[in-house]
Design a protein around this ligand. Structure first.
Ligand code: DX5
Ligand code: ZN
Length: 218
């Protein structure tokens, strides 16, 4: 399977959101990565339902929604109605993770779990079989444009081993500071999905940066 590229809309130009969504539609990207922040779980507020609705209206590729909010169960149906195909919640934000994942799946979405940089992969030992995608945060969540944390490679390898040991199909996604400087090494380590915000949207030619990530040969 070739690598899945998910540009993060957080770095798009919100005054020209239709233009930027259309650029992704026409590019080699596979998914739209959508960051929802509540100002409590992370020290920033991104955008909410009306903006997601506007994105969804123009998007022709799956919406990969990353919730950085506490108690995400409250909004699972809402994000399903808004067209999310994958809904990722944070390990650190859930008291009953198993129940939350079942709720996401019962709404017809794929269920993702994100781990902050300080959360060990082994914490997923007892739940990995119920997860469709693990998002390893390679920055502290809350902002785009931060530097990639090098310890992520080790976590990717540990997670890959866990998934293979149990014979599962769970995808590994990396979110934060992804660029041409680390993409090849991440793919070699076992990553399936690369999220990229600044590397795509702050580029002079965003489509060629997307193409570069998509066509990395190992
Ligand atoms: C950070 C978000 C990321 C962010 C990535 O909390 O989850 O998706 O938009 O942006 P870059 O690629 O600029 O680090
Ligand atoms: Zn994200």
């Amino acid at each position: 399977m070739s690598i899945i590229i998910a540009p993060s809309i957080l770095a798009a130009d919100f005054a020209n959101i239709e233009r930027d969504v259309d650029m992704i539609n026409k590019s080699y990207a596979d998914w739209f990565h959508i960051d929802i922040m509540d100002g409590v779980f992370v020290p920033n507020i991104s955008f909410g339902m009306p903006v997601l609705k506007a994105i969804q209206k123009h998007a022709k590729k799956p919406l990969d929604v990353h919730l950085m909010i506490i108690d995400p169960d409250r909004y699972v149906e809402t994000f399903s109605d808004l067209g999310a195909e994958i809904l990722t919640i944070h390990f650190e934000a859930c008291n009953n993770l198993h129940r939350s994942l079942q709720k996401i799946k019962s709404c017809g979405m794929k269920a993702g779990v994100a781990l902050n940089p300080h959360t060990p992969v082994e914490f997923l030992n007892s739940i990995i079989q119920d997860i469709d995608l693990v998002c390893l945060m390679s920055v502290n969540p809350g902002f785009g444009g931060q530097s990639f944390i090098e310890n992520t490679y080790k976590k990717v390898e540990e997670l890959k081993m866990l998934i293979q040991k149990k014979g599962l199909n769970c995808l590994i996604e990396i979110d934060g500071g992804v660029s041409d400087q680390n993409a090849a090494k991440l793919i070699t380590s076992g990553v399936d999905v690369l999220v990229a915000g600044s590397y795509v949207f702050k580029a002079i030619d965003p489509q060629s940066n997307i193409k570069f990530l998509k066509q990395i040969q190992l």
